[in-house]
Every structure is written in structure tokens, then in C-alpha cells.
Design a protein around this ligand. Sequence first.
Ligand code: ATP
Ligand code: MG
Length: 364
Amino acid sequence: MGKEKIILTGDRPTGRLHIGHYVGSLKRRVELQNSGLYDKTFIFIADAQALTDNIENPEKVRQNVIEVALDYMAVGLDPTKSTIFIQSQIPELCELTFYYMDLVTVSRLQRNPTVKTEIQMRNFETSIPVGFFTYPISQAADITAFKATTVPVGEDQEPMIEQTREIVRRFNHIYGDTLVEPEILLPDNAACLRLPGTDGKAKMSKSLGNCIYLSDTADEVEKKVKSMYTDPTHLKVSDPGKLEGNTVFTYLDAFCKPEHFGRYLPDYPDLNELKAHYTRGGLGDMKVKKFLAAIMQEELTPIRERRKEFEKDIPAIYEMLRKGCETARATATATLDEVRKAMKINYFDDAELIAEQVKRFGQD
Ligand code: ATP
Ligand code: MG
């Protein structure tokens, strides 16, 4: 068991994807997909999960399914190498979720720090939908249905992976070795673990409206970078500036490569020198922002252009997703068969069971 190396990860279709997704997960996925080190890669659009906090907004979720699919193609996810599918089209995931619910306590769910924060963000304190509250269990179903060994996600997903591992251990302990325990794969660059929003808030997030989207126009990127949160006490160019909590420098940590200096800011040899000058005083925010804007354009222009190409054939994108769902469903069905067997709820494909009962009731 567990010989194959399998990647699984996904995104909620609650908006277009942003550069937080890019550095926190997407970029890595594409590298892993192309590395040849994995036997299978599954990437999914978590529409059912998105509905748990968008119950009254199905149209929003529906529209964003295609936006996310286009973003995937634009960054280089390749349906010939990765199975790209839509969560709601795999009903087996619901069935797994239902069985896993028996393996998790309410108080365990209440302790999940990510869910706690999200409940606050959505003002759900007194009216948490049960489906939202239990989404970590449904995430365990998503991961285990595909026997994923590796889940490349941002830091906010750590509690979900831990919850999944607990469910797997509990299931295997009770019913015998069936499910595979996944490992989280976090970004190796600290700035990418949780990219802050352009407003300086701890996390860039669709729900907070502080995002630079992969599909933003060059003008939008320029404007967003120019109005980014820096150090509010750095008023005059000559003032010493702080790096901590300074979003522009966090983004430079995430995106800047040595060769960018030669191309866009030849006065400085590297990022350390730029930081040192800023801390000393004498370096204005605008100059740093211009540098960051140039780097962002270099990174985002090819993505934007590829997206434009894919937008020309939308039916082909839906067809790609349809095929992905078919493949994914076959895999999830196979796992569910094993789960049902392990849980002893496979009444009609078990010849021994009938023979046993015949004996028990003494018919000979
Ligand atoms: P929502 O506000 O709807 O939850 P989101 O922006 O948090 O949206 P998700 O779809 O929940 O995005 O997350 C998709 C993936 O992107 C996850 O792996 C998550 O860890 C990662 N991710 C999201 N935001 C960031 C960020 N700011 N920095 C790094 N990784 C991120
Ligand atoms: Mg999220």
C-alpha cells in the first residue's frame, strides 16, 4: 500500500486566483506536475465547499468555476499531465464524508484554528452552517478518495491536513489498512507561506478584497502596487523605514530574483542592500514600488497572455473539465468500494456473507 506518489490539491471557486495562491500553491503544483516524480496529480475546483459559505450565491460559485479553470491553464497546469475536476461532480466524496463524520468529535472540529478565524471573518458566530463547520471532514474525503500522499497548499491548510491524518489513522485502526495518510507540502520560501494582502492584512484572500489577481490588467497591477501598504511612519524619503510588516518588502521576498536588479534597479547589487538603504533612510517608497511593479509585470504578463488564448475556446475548457471529472470519479469509486468493504457495508458483492448467513440459519 502507498507505493504510488499522488498529489492532490484544489481551490474554492469564490473568485479569480490571486498571487497569494500563485506563490502559496499554484507555482509549486506546476513544478511538481512537470517534475516526473509523481505518479498522478489531481487538481480540483472545490465548488461544493465554496457553497458552504455561499449558500445564497450559487451563481457566484458557478461563474468562478470557469475563472479558476482558466487561471489553472494560464499558470501551466496541463490536463495531459494532471486530472483537473470539479468537486460536486464526484458524489462519492459526499458518501465518504458521511462515514468520516462518525470518526470526528464536535469539540475536535471546534478547535480547528483556521475554521475559527474563518467563522469570525464571516460573522458566523451564532449561525454557522453545519456544512461549513464540517468542511475539514469533507476535505479529508477529497484527499483520501484519491489516496493522495502529498498536498501542496498554503500554511492555512495545515490544520486540515492534520485532521485528515487523524481520520485516516482512526479509520485504519478500526477497519484495517485502507486509507493513506497524506503529507503537507508547504512553500519553501517563508514569505510565500501566507502572502499578506495589498492592504497589509495578514493574508491575501478573495474574501478580504485585498488581492492582486493573476488576470488583472497591467494597469490594475500597476495601480495596486503603487497604493500598497508600506511603513506608515516612513513619511519623508530621508526617514528611516521599517521592513517588518512592510508589504512591499514581503512581496519582494516572495518574487524578487537576483537578476531583477540588473534589469530594473542596477544601482543596487541585491535585495539586502536595498533593504539596508531603506532601513537607514534616504530611499523613497515610490522607487521600491516601481521596482516591485516591474517584477510583477514580468511574472504576470505571460500568465495574462496565456489566459487570453484559453479564453478564446471556452467549450474546450468545459470539455477538459468533463473528462477530468470522469477520470477522478473512477478513482474515487474504487476507493469507496474498498471503504465499504472495510466497513462491512458491501452486502451484495460478498459471496461469503451469504454463505455464512445460510449456515447461521441452518439451511442445509
Ligand atoms: P477564500 O477567501 O474563499 O477562502 P482564499 O483566497 O483563502 O479564498 P482558497 O481557495 O481558500 O483561497 O485557497 C486555495 C489555496 O491557496 C490553499 O492552498 C491556500 O493555502 C492557498 N492560499 C490562499 N491564500 C493564500 C495566501 N495569501 N498566501 C499563500 N497561500 C494562500
Ligand atoms: Mg481560504
